[in-house]
Every structure is written in structure tokens, then in C-alpha cells.
Design a protein around this ligand. Sequence first.
Ligand code: ZN
Length: 151
Amino acid sequence: MLDQIRDLYQEVVFDHNRNPRNFRVMADANRTIEGFNPLCGDRITLYAKVIHGIIEDVSFQGAGCAISTASASLMTEIVKGQTEAEAEKLFETFHRMTTGKNGDDINLEEIGKLAVLSGVRAYPARVKCATLAWHSLQAALKNEGHSISTE
Ligand code: ZN
């Protein structure tokens, strides 16, 4: 049973890496952030259209490892249509899940498909790959600067 779940998780990550969702430049974005993870070399440009506190649209471009691409793809799917506060809360939960800190009370319904990335907690070097898109989104929502680095 556990092996089947692990296989399913891997399949979702492979799928989102091969065929990333919302992988496009957004011409009318009102927030754009360049994110960089020097540990792995992952680069992302995150685009968001935020209107009256709602993430109306979000997309990304970039080049990185399978984990960073799949995580960005999954993130854009789940936060589109959310309020800034909802996305912020989800990032906090996702961060706890991927770092394994106080991760025992994670509500799997709340985290939804993002649970497929829970396995990275066993690989501390990959946590920054999984959270790069989220750090970029957070910077975009705060509208502070034009680039972030995980280091
Ligand atoms: Zn990476």
C-alpha cells in the first residue's frame, strides 16, 4: 500500500515535470519575480496577476530540476483563484510538510495534491528545490523587489 502511494506520488511529479502547468510568460502580470536556488541551479520567473487581494492568475517560466519544476507547476494550479492570505497559509503548511518540522498535524485535505512532494523531507538538499516557487510567490505577493535567492 505504501509503495503504491509512493509510486503514485512519483508519477504525479514526473507528469508535472514533463508537462508543467501554467508554464508561460504572462504579458499582463502585475507581479514578476526572478527566483534562484544556487544549491541546485534552479531558476524560475514567476508571474502573478493580483487584483484586490486575489491571485487571479499565476504562471512561471524557467529551468530547473524535476522537483523544482513539478513544485512550481503544482503550486500554480493550487493557488490560482486563492486570496493572498490563503496562499500564505498554504505556503506555511507546505513548508512545514517539506522540512518535517511539526509536520505531524498536516491536514492532507488542505494540502491536496501538494502531498506528492512530502517525500523531499527525507532529502534536505532538495527542500529548497521544492520551496523555490513558493518563496518566489511570497516575494511577489509582498511586492518586494524583483528577485530572490534561497541562499
Ligand atoms: Zn533543484
